[in-house]
Design a protein around this ligand. Structure first.
Ligand code: PBG
Length: 348
């Protein structure tokens, strides 16, 4: 952009020069802000119910709908209470759910994660019986199922990459067998998408899609989730496998790797502190892009709302719109149900 007297020369998107007279009387942006109707007409980014994936935590036991203490308004469900929840989500217009399971027992190899009668496998069947059309997505990871709480097999204090791939592939296959439409590997092992794609294809699940947690950062925003899913590591942290939050170029390489391994949908996680990467991923890649508005992001807003410090509803809508404006096609959010209600109200 250069200045020539009262002319400003902009070099546009395609390298063309657009000469614009600077005439203050023309710069009346407020013309298009004068009424609600005109603002809606010129609105660039609109949330819709179909953008959202709603996470669900499932737990053993009966008649449980237990609030998660650091996530006010969010619950763990026992399987007998699952149909009413799935039906409610569907009736609100949300098309997709994402399951996380708390198993009855854990072991060092996370074998509960691929048990045919495991908690998530049962939840998938129940969801599909309740609403056959709903898109069922499953988190493929070991941290809820290992007694040490790491996302992979641990040997001599190290989380092993290649031995974990085998297990993740088994987990994904067991979810596909139970009826999952999309499996979402989140363990951040290198090669996990390829290992899962190969396993699914070899077992004739060529139609099961993969949502890669491609750029998943090692983030303190997962804290409340680890209470909800009982998945905190017993020792150490996840920095040897999840990404360093200072790294942007590496995030793009992670996404590129997932796509080349066969991911159908890519993800940036968390969302709000990583809007720059959502935007860059949108510009660099053509695949559907998902953003995960994670537990800590939810909890912060809920805390501010409970203290009366924030207008919770308006803040939630602003935050979620920013995720979409940055370039996300799909948003995983614990706010999905409340947003669906608000979007319906504004439509009626
Ligand atoms: C499993 C997993 C985690 C989240 C999604 N899948 C936790 C972690 O990596 O420790 C976090 C989601 C959230 O915070 O809402 N590995």
């Amino acid at each position: 952009m250069g200045s020539h007297g009262n002319l400003n020369i902009f070099v546009g998107k395609f390298g063309l020069k657009e000469e614009i007279m600077i005439d203050p009387s023309m710069m009346r942006f407020r013309r298009l802000r004068r009424s609600l109707a005109i603002r809606e007409l010129t609105n660039e980014t609109r949330l819709s119910i179909e953008d959202f994936i709603c996470p669900i935590f499932v737990i053993h036991g009966t008649n449980i709908k237990q609030e998660i203490s650091p996530m006010p308004g969010y619950f763990q469900f026992s399987l007998d209470r699952l149909p009413e929840e799935v039906q409610e989500i569907w009736d609100l217009g949300i098309k997709a759910i994402l399951f996380f399971g708390l198993p009855e027992s854990k072991d060092s190899l996370g074998t509960g994660a691929y048990s045919e009668k495991g908690i998530v496998q049962e939840a998938i069947r129940i969801a599909k019986q309740t609403v056959p059309e709903i898109v069922v997505i499953t988190d493929v990871c070991l941290c809820e199922y290992t007694d040490h709480g790491h996302c992979g097999i641990v040997e001599n204090g190290e989380v092993l990459n290649d031995s974990t791939l085998e297990v993740l592939a088994k987990v994904a296959l067991s979810h596909a067998r139970a009826g999952a439409d999309i499996v979402a590997p989140s363990a951040m092992m290198d090669g996990q998408v390829r290992a899962i794609r190969n396993k699914l294809d070899a077992n004739d699940f060529t139609q099961t899609a993969i949502l890669g947690y491609s750029a998943k950062f090692s983030s303190s925003f997962y804290g409340p989730f680890r209470v909800a899913a009982d998945s905190a590591p017993m020792s150490g942290d996840r920095r040897s496998y999840q990404m360093n939050f200072g790294n942007a170029r590496e995030a793009l390489r992670e996404i590129q790797a997932d796509l080349s391994e066969g991911a159908d949908i890519i993800m940036v996680k968390p969302a709000l502190s990583y809007l720059d990467l959502i935007s860059r991923a949108r510009n660099e890649f053509l695949a559907p892009l998902c953003a995960y508005n994670v537990s800590g992001e939810y909890s912060m807003v809920k805390a501010g709302g409970q203290l009366g410090w924030l207008n919770e509803k308006q803040i939630i809508l602003e935050l979620l719109t920013s995720i979409k404006r940055a370039g996300a096609d799909i948003i995983i959010s614990y706010h999905a149900k409340e947003v669906a209600k608000w979007l319906r109200e504004s439509r009626d």
